[in-house]
Ligand binder design. Structure first.
Ligand code: ADP
Length: 671
C-alpha cells in the first residue's frame, strides 16, 4: 500500500512539475499580455497542495508559495535574514536538518550544473519539527533557451517516510525474532514447496532456500531427498501430503540430515495459514532437534527394560503395594508360586490385601500377619515376618516376607516394596538342626556323665583296690600257723588309710557337687596360685605363654577350701591357655590378686579370642571346645558362690577375656 502511495505521489509530482513548467513558460510568454492570467496563476500556485519555490541558479531563494511560507511559519520571504546579501545560508542553517545539509548541498550543486534533480531531506516546520520532504527541481529556461531560474516543488512525505521506517523496523524485528527464536522455522507454498527458512534452519541443514531448486523435481521433493533419512522419507512425504489434502496440522518425529551429514531426530510440526476465504495461503512449520531427548528416552527405556527384567528374573518373589497396602504389582515368581493373577481378586467384596492374605496365609498365621501388616501400614515401620504361605498346589511353605516403604521427597509413603523368600527348606533344616542339637546335647551330657563317673570310679577304685589288697595281706598274715600279728596290724592300718583315702575322694566329690564348704583353711591365695603355676608350668612352656602373677602385698588371709579354689584357678588358667592356643604369640596370661573394700579379687586375664557366648558360658555342659565338657565354669561359679563370692567374665583390654572372682573378707578381719 505504502509503496503504491509513494509511486502515485512521485508520478503526481512529476506531472505537476511538468504542468508548472508549461504554465511558467506560457505565462512568461504571455506575461505582458495578460496580468489577469498571472494573477490566476499565482492563485493557483498558492492553492496547489504542494510547496513551490523559485530559486536562482546558485540556489538563492527568489519566491516561496504560500504553502511553503506557511510551512516555514513566514509571512514573506523577506523575513528570512540575509547574510552578505544571500538568504541561502540562513535557509540551510535554520531549516535544513543538520544531518541532511549534505543532501541539500548536492541539490544546490545540481542547480549550478543545470541538471534536474529529485531528492529528499528534512525541513524544519513552523512548529520546529523536522519533516521529510520529497523535493524535485526543474530548470526554467528563458526565451533564448538559457537557464534562468529553477522551480522546486516539494511535498511533505514525513508521515509516509515514518510509516515506511516503522514498517521496515517491524519487518527487521520480525526477521530477527524468526532468526533468533530457538527453533528451525520454515514456510512453504500451499503445495509444500519451501519458500523461506529462518537462519537457524539454513545453518542447521546448510542449505539456502534457493538451493532446493533443481531439475530433479519440485522443491519439496528435493528437500525430502536431501534432508530426510531414507527410511523416513516415504512416511514423511505421505503424512505431509495427507495434511495438505485435509488441512490437518502436521506433527511427526523423523530423522533429518544436519549440515555435517549426521542424521538427527527432529520433531516437525506445521500448520496451514488460511486467507479470509479459508483457503491455504502458506504452510508454516517448525523443526526441533530432539536427538538428545530421543537418546535419553531410549536410555531410559533400556534402563526400564533392564530393571523390569531384573524384577521378573530375580530369584525372589516380589510385589508392590499402594500406601494403604493394596497389592498393585506381582512379579513373575510370586505369580507362579501363588498360581493366580492379581486381577483375579478384583470383584471380591474383600480388599485385594485381605483377599490375598486370606487366600494364601496359613490359617494359624493369618491373624498375626494381618496385625503385623496393619501396624506397619499405620506407622510406616518396615515389615519382616516368617509365616506359611499356600502354594498353587495347595502345599503350605514357610516364607519370609519383608516390606519396606518407598517415600517421596516430602517423606510421604508412595509405595510399599515387598520381597518374599521361600525359606521352607531353611526352616525345616533349622528345625532338624535344633532337634539334632538337643539329641547331641543329651548324648554329650550322657557321655560327660559317663566320663565323670569313670574318673570318679577311677579315683575311688585305687583306694578300694588298696583296701582289698591290704585286707588279703592282713588275712594272710593272720591265717598262717603263727599269725604275724605285727604285719597284720600294719596291713590293717593300711586298710584304714586306704579306706580313709576313698572316703576323702568321695567327700571331695560330694563337696564339689553339693557345694560343700566344710573344710576351709584360713590361708593366703599366693600359695594356691604358686601351686597352680607349678601344675601348668609344662603347658605354659609348651605354648610359649608368659604367666604373670601379681599379688597385692599385705593381703588378709581368708578362709576358703584350698582344693576347691585351686580347682577354680586351674580351670580358669586352663581356659585362658586354650583361648590363646589359636592366636599368635606373644601369649600372656596375667593373674592378679587385689583387695577392694571387703573383698579379695582374683582375676585371670588372657589375650585369646575372647568369649563368644558370654551369656551361656556358665551353663552346665555348655562348651565350644571339641573335647570340652562344659562343666568347668558351672562348677567354678558354684564353688565361688558357696564361698559367698561372685565369678564373672568380661572382655580384657586390649584383647581376650578376663575372668574375675571375689571372696569376701570376714567382717572381723575387714574391720
Ligand atoms: P570347657 O572348658 O570344657 O568348654 P568351661 O565351662 O570351662 O568348659 O567353659 C565353657 C566355655 O566357656 C568354653 O567352651 C569356652 O567357649 C568359654 N570360655 C571359657 N573360658 C574362656 C576364655 N578364657 N576365653 C574364651 N572363652 C572361654
Amino acid at each position: 500500500m505504502l509503496i503504491q502511495f509513494l509511486v502515485a505521489t512521485s508520478t503526481f509530482l512529476a506531472v505537476l512539475v511538468a504542468f508548472l513548467l508549461v504554465c511558467v513558460r506560457r505565462s512568461k510568454h504571455q506575461f505582458r499580455e495578460s496580468n489577469l492570467a498571472l494573477r490566476e496563476l499565482s492563485k493557483l500556485v498558492d492553492i496547489l497542495p504542494v510547496q513551490i519555490r523559485r530559486v536562482s541558479q546558485d540556489g538563492e531563494p527568489i519566491y516561496f508559495n504560500r504553502r511553503l511560507l506557511d510551512f516555514c511559519g513566514l509571512e514573506g520571504l523577506e523575513q528570512v535574514q540575509t547574510i552578505g546579501g544571500s538568504r541561502l545560508a540562513t535557509i540551510i542553517d535554520s531549516y535544513v536538518h543538520p544531518l541532511d545539509t549534505g543532501v541539500f548541498q548536492e541539490a544546490v550543486t545540481s542547480l549550478s550544473k543545470g541538471v534536474p534533480f529529485s531528492t529528499r531531506y528534512r525541513f524544519r516546520r513552523a512548529d520546529d519539527v523536522y519533516r521529510w520532504l520529497d523535493v524535485r527541481g526543474e530548470p526554467i529556461l528563458d526565451v533564448s533557451g538559457t537557464l534562468a531560474q529553477w522551480v522546486i516543488v516539494s511535498i511533505d512525505i514525513d508521515d509516509e517516510v515514518r510509516a515506511v521506517e516503522a514498517l521496515r523496523e517491524s519487518e527487521t524485528q520480525l526477521r530477527r525474532l524468526v532468526d533468533v527464536v530457538p527453533a528451525n522455522i520454515w514456510c512453504s507454498n500451499p503445495d509444500g514447496d519451501p519458500i523461506a527458512v529462518n537462519r537457524r534452519l539454513r545453518d542447521y541443514v546448510g542449505l539456502e532456500v534457493n538451493e532446493y531448486d533443481e531439475h530433479r523435481g519440485s522443491r519439496r521433493e528435493v528437500a525430502y531427498q536431501k534432508l530426510v533419512h531414507p527410511d523416513d522419507v516415504s512416511a514423511v512425504r505421505d503424512r505431509l501430503s495427507e495434511c495438505r489434502r485435509t488441512g490437518e496440522p502436521f506433527a511427526m518425529r523423523y530423522r533429518m540430515r544436519r549440515a555435517d551429514g549426521a542424521f538427527r531426530w527432529v520433531e516437525g510440526r506445521s500448520e496451514p495459514f488460511l486467507d479470509e476465504r479459508g483457503e491455504t495461503r502458506q504452510w508454516y512449520g517448525v523443526l526441533y532437534d530432539i536427538e538428545d531427548q530421543v537418546k535419553a528416552e531410549e536410555a531410559l527405556k533400556e534402563r526400564e527394560r533392564l530393571v523390569w527384567q531384573l524384577v521378573e528374573t530375580l530369584p525372589a518373589m516380589i510385589d508392590c503395594a499402594a500406601p494403604n497396602g493394596e497389592p498393585i504389582f506381582r512379579g513373575q515368581q510370586l505369580r507362579e508360586f501363588l498360581g493366580y493373577q492379581l486381577e483375579e481378586l478384583d470383584g471380591s467384596p474383600k480388599s485385594r490385601l485381605d483377599a490375598t492374605l486370606d487366600a494364601g496365609v496359613h490359617p494359624d498365621d493369618v491373624v498375626g500377619v494381618k496385625e503385623h501388616y496393619a501396624h506397619c501400614l499405620a506407622t510406616g515401620e518396615p515389615y519382616a515376618r516368617r509365616h506359611r504361605l499356600r502354594r498353587f498346589d495347595g502345599q503350605y511353605r514357610w516364607v519370609e516376607t519383608r516390606a519396606a516403604p518407598m517415600r517421596d521427597d516430602h517423606g510421604n509413603i508412595v509405595q510399599w516394596n515387598v520381597i518374599c523368600l521361600d525359606v521352607d527348606a531353611e526352616v525345616k533344616f533349622e528345625e532338624n538342626l535344633r532337634l539334632a542339637q538337643e539329641a547331641l546335647a543329651r548324648a554329650s551330657q550322657a557321655a560327660s556323665l559317663a566320663e565323670l563317673s569313670a574318673s570318679i570310679a577311677h579315683e575311688v577304685n585305687q583306694p578300694l583296690s588298696a583296701v582289698i589288697n591290704s585286707t588279703n595281706a592282713c588275712l594272710r598274715w593272720l591265717e598262717g600257723e603263727t599269725p604275724n600279728l605285727p604285719r597284720a596290724i600294719k596291713s590293717a592300718e593300711r586298710i584304714i588309710q586306704s579306706a580313709e583315702s576313698a572316703a576323702e575322694v568321695v567327700r571331695k566329690i560330694r563337696a564339689l557337687f553339693q557345694q560343700s564348704v566344710d573344710v576351709r583353711d584360713t590361708t593366703s591365695l599366693d600359695g594356691v596360685i604358686a601351686e597352680v603355676r607349678d601344675f601348668v608350668a609344662a603347658e605354659t612352656s609348651r605354648f610359649s605363654t608368659t604367666l604373670e602373677i601379681d599379688v597385692e602385698g599385705d593381703l588378709e588371709v581368708i578362709p576358703f577350701d584350698r582344693v576347691q579354689i585351686q580347682q577354680v584357678l586351674m580351670n580358669l588358667v586352663r581356659n585362658g591357655l586354650d583361648a590363646m592356643s589359636s592366636v599368635h604369640i606373644p601369649r600372656l596370661l596375667q593373674i592378679r590378686v587385689y583387695r577392694v573394700n571387703e573383698h579379695v579379687f582374683t582375676s585371670v586375664a588372657d589375650r585369646g579370642i575372647g568369649v563368644e557366648f558370654p551369656e551361656r558360658i556358665f551353663e552346665p555342659f555348655f562348651t565350644t571346645k571339641q573335647k570340652g565338657m562344659g562343666m568347668g565354669l558351672a562348677i567354678s561359679r558354684s564353688i565361688i558362690e558357696a564361698h559367698g563370692g561372685k565369678l564373672w567374665a568380661e572382655p580384657n583390654d586390649p584383647a581376650g577375656a578376663r575372668f574375675v572372682f571375689s571372696l569376701p573378707i570376714p567382717k572381723c578381719k575387714a574391720a
